[in-house]
Every structure is written in C-alpha cells, then in structure tokens.
Design a protein around this ligand. Structure first.
Ligand SMILES: O=C1C[C@@](O)(C(=O)O)C[C@@H](O)[C@@H]1O
Length: 319
C-alpha cells in the first residue's frame, strides 16, 4: 500500500486538508474532526485502498477504519499532509511506534520465529494460536488492499456493503448477554474475512447512529455495490425511510440481527425493511453476518448463472 497516496485520497475524499480540524488515531481508526461534514465524498472514501469501514461521529466527525497495522502509517502521512501532529488516543493506542513497524514486516516474511516474537509483543494475544490467527488476518487485509490497488480494473467479482445501525458500534460493551462479548472491530474483521473467502472483490463496512446517514449510504451504494448486508438495529422497527431507500436502489440485500428478535419484545417483531430483503438472519450472534455474506454471495452467483442481470455497475464495471 502506498500510504502517501492513501493519505492523499483520504484527504481529497473529506474535502481537502483545509477541511480537517484535527486528526487522531486509535488502535484501528483514523479519527477526523471536520469543518464541514457535507464535503465528505463517502463513495470516494469507500474506494480508498485499505479502508475497512467508516463510522460517523457526532455532527462533524468521521472515523475511517484501517485496521491495526495500516492505521499508523496512514495517520502519519495524513498528519504530514495536514501539517499537524494530531494526537493519539492513549486509551487503546499501542504502547510504542516500534511495534507497528514490526507488524508491517510480516507481510513479506512469514518466518515462524519473527511472527511469534512480533505478535507476542504487539498484539497482546492471549495465546500463540490467537496471535497467529491475528497475523494471518492482518496479512490477508494487506494482500487484499494490494490486490485491489494493483488490479485497478474490474475484477468481475461483486462488491459488498455492510451497513450497521445505531449502537452496533457498542458491541462487546452493550448488553453482552444479548449481543455477545465480541467487539465491533471483531465484527468488521469477520465481515472482511468472510467476504474475501466468499469471493467478493471488496467489502466496505459503514456504521452510523443516524438514520439520514444510513439513507445517504444506501443511496450512494447505487451503481457502486452489488449487494448489501444490513443490521438496521433499532431502525428495523421504525424506519420507513430505510425501507424506501432499499427499494429505491433495489440492490440485493440481506437483513441480519445478532439477537433472536423474534423471541424478544413485541415491538421487535416488526421489521419495516424485511420486505425489501432477500432473507432475514437472526439469533446467530455476529456469525449471522458471515452467514448473510455467504448467502448473498450464493445469490449473486446464482443470479449470474441464471442470466439475471446484477445491478448495473457503472463505477467499477462490475456486475
Ligand atoms: O440494536 C438492535 C440490535 C438488533 O438489530 C440485533 O442485532 O439483534 C435487534 C434490534 O431490536 C436492536 O434495536
């Protein structure tokens, strides 16, 4: 990944360096506070190599998820282009910069010794198996980003958008008895890994606590993404606007819920979006997203084999 190019594309997509008030980073995300949030071109941001997801923050903040490896170098490059040093959220930032440089080494060299040492000192994994899984995941993200960047032309494989509604970013903290103890970042990793394995060329994850932002994202997906997996969260039970947005773009969509909504309060039994979705998957924890992604891949594959046209894809030429 050419980090300078990535940083410059990120800045262009958010309205230029002059639109950035401050940049900070945490373990996996670049956090930008903006002068004018309307200048963000979300579609362009989704297209930046290495971007795993986007989360809106309040009125004028945006978080761009790069994963624990790439985020540091992108942050440095962004800070340089903005002429700021930004700041580090010390709560969850790694202890020192040496570690992140080591992480980038694993992409090329998979010498067991290097990896073991590297991981035990950087990723805080509980045991060696976890550490190796984590390394494999990081390496696969880098490989994906590079593959996309190098290809620079249509792959013929579909692009996936994963949308999460309000409070899903609180996974792991939020009512763990209902939603499990895995974090939102773990969910993002799962979506990326599964999408890659299922044959998607690209997987972009978006989360917002605001209904209008989700409507905008679904509209912007038209002509850009071939399939959507959505957990509308509480908007499931209230939002005609999200239903209309899905109908407007008519992109094949699967609805997913972490908990068993059908066994909960009466008001959760209603889904305004269900009629615009191919399928609803509920009660499988975060693995429900993996199920939904695989099912969507099957559907898109069947649609192609059966000769039914996928959504036109003027942007990338896919579909
Ligand atoms: O926020 C959520 C999460 C949810 O969509 C689920 O994933 O189980 C179920 C919704 O009722 C709730 O408002």
């Amino acid at each position: 990944m050419d980090v300078d190019a990535v940083a410059s594309k990120v800045l262009q997509s958010v309205g230029g360096a002059q639109n950035v008030v401050s940049s900070t980073l945490c373990m996996t995300r670049l956090r930008l506070a903006l002068v004018d949030p309307d200048k963000v071109d979300q579609t362009a941001l989704f297209d930046v190599p290495g971007v795993l997801g986007i989360t809106k923050r309040g009125h004028s903040g945006i978080e761009v998820v790069f994963g624990p490896n790439a985020v540091h170098s992108v942050y440095d490059a962004v800070s340089q282009l903005c002429g700021t040093n930004g700041g580090v959220d010390t709560e969850d930032a790694p202890a020192n910069q040496e570690h992140r440089l080591k992480v980038s080494v694993i992409r090329g060299s998979h010498g067991e010794e290097d990896v073991g040492t590297l991981v035990s000192s950087t990723l805080d994994a509980d045991d060696e198996d976890d550490a190796h899984d984590e390394v494999d995941f990081l390496a696969s993200l880098l490989a994906d980003a590079e593959e996309e960047e190098d290809a620079g032309e249509p792959t013929g494989r579909p692009a996936l958008l994963v949308v999460n509604g309000p409070n899903i970013n609180m996974l792991g903290i939020r009512e763990p008895d209902l939603y499990g103890s895995e974090s939102f970042d773990t969910l993002l990793e799962l979506c990326h890994t599964t999408a890659h394995e299922a044959g998607f060329a690209r997987c972009t994850c978006f989360q917002s606590n605001h209904e209008g932002d989700i409507v905008d994202t679904i509209q912007d997906a038209y002509g850009v993404f071939d399939g959507i997996v959505i957990n509308p969260a509480a908007y499931t039970h209230t939002s005609v606007a999200l239903l209309d947005a899905l109908r407007a773009v008519s992109i094949p969509t699967i609805e997913v819920h972490i908990s068993r909504v059908d066994m909960r309060e009466d008001f959760r039994q209603v889904s305004y979006l269900r009629s615009a979705c191919l399928e609803t998957i509920a009660g499988e924890g975060i693995q429900g997203y993996a199920h939904a992604i695989r099912s969507l891949a099957d559907h898109l594959g069947d649609a192609r084999e059966g000769g039914s046209p996928l959504t036109p894809h003027p942007h990338t030429g896919r579909g």
